[in-house]
Write a new protein. Structure first.
Lengths: 80, 407
């Protein structure tokens, strides 16, 4: 089992969707929310995921496919 | 000795020991270095700084590194040039260019990497690492060589060869990662979390970022211990912007200058301007974007310090400005043709942004203004290739005279 810290950014049209619940339900990933700010037009959630490498990779792939942006908690690691 | 007391979470305020940590275990917020300012105030003076080396390490009392660990490659104390020609063009009487393109690897990244690599030695790491598309990898490779450390540089596999050369020459181990920018980014983040490397902008980030403060200290010292009225700074992660402001505030807090009412202006390129867009929208949240800009060194779509940059703008009564993509090369040419300074695309963004700020009346003609030029034009020659338009002649005197007639 591994842990990953990620940030989800929700576009306006997905704010009301139960993406985090679905992630846990479909991919057996344990989700642990640490910080969040959800408003009418934008929302972000910082959370820790726990699962196998493949569960987390598949789960994050699915989250990204829904239109939610997935980023490392520390922001972009690649720099100019 | 350094005057660091602890690391503190910028999100929830929790305190952490001085270790290679990046994020708060509780809320995952970013950590920042804290200092004992009373002790710094007792130690520093203008004279003590003047007696220091002609590099960024003259401000060692403000940096999170012990004196004997400083890795001084001659970085910093770069020229602050009175830009009379450019000022005349723009309508500014007191314009200065802080030319940081003359550092050892030709960008301001040497400042942050100097601190990160010195701290990595202090923490007894043997490997210095980064993920980069240009300036950072060159600086990390050079500092790794100087520090006799293993150096690992990760980059997207589709990166141009010329950009990689600047790291390869120093003997760094190069890892080209296939995949989209986001995939490479995520992998690098995971690697940084799972290997005992000094990953300069991940687990060393709190220390790394502190190096940028020296760009605030230097400008004030070079202006005769005065803070400018305006600073125009390129924006990528937002850390450089916030730390220059912190540097100026440090000088006030320690009594080296009386006041710093500097208005901070962040300049971003149209194709990657998440911080400037948030400012323009009046939002406290920075929406990540997918970068599509000529200014590759500013192409950070998810800026770690974005919210703090917005806070700095608000605290300093500053602003954010967006340079259109087609203005970037114009800015490069304008600086080159007025002041003889050849900058990379980030500098083009700054100069074009500065022009907009003047035209909008944000900066008044007599106000002391500093534009930060953070990288050398030789690094992005491909964007200005169109300026090469020679007059072709046959090898005869008459041909020359004819071609040049009327020029």
């Amino acid at each position: 089992m591994v842990k990953r810290r990620v940030k989800f950014t929700f576009p306006t049209e997905l704010i009301t969707e139960s993406v985090i619940y679905e992630l846990g339900h479909r991919y057996k990933v344990v989700t642990n929310i640490r910080r969040a700010d959800v408003r009418e037009d934008i929302g972000w959630v910082v959370l820790e995921l726990e699962g196998t490498e493949s569960e987390i990779a598949d789960g994050l792939g699915w989250v990204a496919e829904t239109g939610v942006r997935v980023d490392p908690v520390s922001g972009d690691v690649i720099q100019g | 000795m350094s005057y660091v007391t602890c690391l503190r979470c910028r999100g929830c305020g929790r305190e952490y020991p001085v270790e290679p940590l990046n994020a708060c275990d509780f809320c995952f917020g970013p950590l920042e270095v804290e200092y004992d300012y009373d002790s710094i105030t007792r130690a520093v003076s203008r004279e003590r700084i003047a007696e220091g080396p002609p590099t960024m390490w003259r401000y060692q009392d403000f940096l999170p590194v012990d004196a004997d660990m400083a890795l001084d490659m001659g970085t910093g104390f770069t020229p602050l040039i009175r830009a009379e020609n450019l000022g005349r063009k723009l309508g500014l009487e007191n314009l200065y260019i802080k030319n940081d393109s003359v550092n050892p690897t030709f960008s301001f990244k040497d400042r942050v990497v100097s601190v990160a690599s010195a701290k990595a030695l202090e923490f007894e790491f043997d490997t210095l690492a980064c993920a980069s598309t240009g300036n950072l990898m060159g600086s990390v490779a050079a500092h790794g060589a100087k520090a006799s450390m293993n150096t690992l540089v990760l980059y997207p596999a589709n990166l141009e060869k010329g950009k990689i050369l600047g790291a390869a020459i120093y003997g760094a181990t190069l890892v080209a990662v296939d995949g989209t920018y986001d995939q490479v980014n995520r992998l690098c983040s995971e690697l940084a979390d799972n290997h005992r490397w000094a990953f300069v902008n991940v687990n060393m980030r709190p220390f790394y970022a502190e190096g940028s403060k020296t760009l605030g200290y230097e400008v004030a010292e070079q202006l005769g211990w005065l803070a400018p009225d305006h600073c125009v700074v390129p924006g990528a992660s937002g850390a450089l912007f916030t730390k220059i402001h912190k540097g100026l505030k440090d000088l006030v807090q320690t009594g080296l200058i009386d006041s710093a009412d500097t208005k901070m202006h962040i300049a971003q390129a149209e194709g990657c301007s998440p911080i400037a867009q948030a400012f323009n929208d009046g939002s406290k949240e920075v929406r990540p974007v997918i970068p599509d800009t000529l200014a590759k060194s500013l192409a950070i779509g998810n800026p770690a310090d974005g919210p703090y940059a917005l806070r700095t703008i608000a605290e300093s009564d500053g602003s954010a400005v967006i340079a259109m993509e087609d203005e970037i090369v114009e800015g490069i040419q304008l600086l080159a043709q007025t002041e003889g300074i050849f900058t990379e695309t980030a500098g083009g963004v700054v100069i074009s942004g500065l022009r907009r700020l003047v035209n909008q009346g944000v900066i008044k003609p007599d106000e002391v203004t500093v534009a930060y030029i953070t990288g050398n034009g030789l690094k992005t020659q491909e964007v200005v290739e169109s300026v090469v338009n020679p007059v072709h002649i046959s090898p005869s005197y008459d041909a020359f005279e004819e071609a040049m007639a009327g020029r």
